[in-house]
Design a protein around this ligand. Structure first.
Ligand SMILES: O=P(O)(O)O[C@H]1O[C@H](CO)[C@@H](O)[C@H]1O
Ligand SMILES: O=c1cc[nH]c(=O)[nH]1
Length: 250
């Protein structure tokens, strides 16, 4: 088999792995891989940093997706070509419900499709839904590690600022289509905003792949816009959860 276009890897490089942990941030990919045995960097190209590591004597891949749907769709497509069938996203997020606290973990059952990339895989009437068993594995991991977590719907936006209705911006203006949307999602019991799960869930469901998403809350938008929490501690918690979930799915 030829090497895939962006990751520059062929199937043999992945050592038969079928599960990938997919954070947004390339540096987080390295830290996740180093939490497992025998971590090895396979590729670093653009936003895609790819590692292999061993979990329960099996090879697991960690690959950063970068920010947003388009780059996520490339990572998922190329990893699928290389044999990956299960994708566990570990991200950061902004909560929009008052009862959720900074440092809590959010497990997404489904996502509001505020992205563009997912529409290249299925029409908007198709649900951006996570895989039941992978999501259950994330929830079980949160429970067994006694981590405060919430399970529910995520709003997944192409943009960090207008799509998440942020006014603390250069212009202070949000386009009419997005004005009032944060309040609407709050009223519709959406937990949080992030930027990749809609693409990940839609494309995985459409392609017969499995996906789940856990994210650590950096900020609660009902109280403030700029985080003042220890990112490292929140990440450690989320990494422990995703690795435990991966272990149970191998
Ligand atoms: O921490 P990651 O995984 O990148 O996730 C979140 O953080 C980025 C925005 O700051 C977006 O990618 C969003 O989804
Ligand atoms: O508010 C937030 C925080 C992290 N990532 C997002 O996409 N939104």
């Amino acid at each position: 088999m030829d090497k895939v276009f962006h990751l520059g890897l062929d199937k043999t490089a992945l050592g038969g792995a079928t599960l990938a942990i997919v954070p947004g941030d390339p540096e987080r990919a390295k830290r996740i891989a180093e939490k497992m045995e025998s971590s090895k960097c396979l590729a670093q190209t653009r936003e895609f940093h790819v590692y292999s590591a061993k979990l329960k004597d099996k090879t697991v891949i960690v690959c950063s997706t970068g920010i947003g749907g388009p780059s996520t769709s490339i990572a998922v497509e190329e990893l699928a070509q290389l044999g990956i069938t299960t994708f566990l996203r570990i991200g950061t997020t902004g909560a929009i419900q008052p009862h959720i606290n900074e440092g809590d973990l959010l497990v997404s059952t489904a996502s509001v499709r505020l992205d563009g990339a997912s529409q290249h895989f299925a029409p908007l009437s198709y649900p951006a839904v996570s895989d039941f068993h992978c999501t259950q594995a994330m929830v079980n991991a949160c429970e067994s590690l006694s981590v405060t977590h919430h399970v529910g719907i995520t709003a997944s936006s192409d943009t960090f600022y207008p799509g998440q209705e942020r006014y603390d911006t250069y212009s202070g203006y949000v386009s009419k289509d997005f004005q009032g949307t944060c309040e609407q999602w709050q009223k519709l019991n959406v937990m949080n905003y992030e930027m990749e799960s809609a693409t990940l869930f839609t494309m995985c469901a459409a392609l017969g792949l499995k996906a789940a998403c856990v994210a650590g809350v950096l900020v609660n938008r009902t109280r403030q816009e700029i985080p003042n929490v220890d990112h490292g501690e929140i990440e450690k918690k989320a990494v422990s959860v995703v690795i435990k979930a991966a272990e149970s799915l191998l």
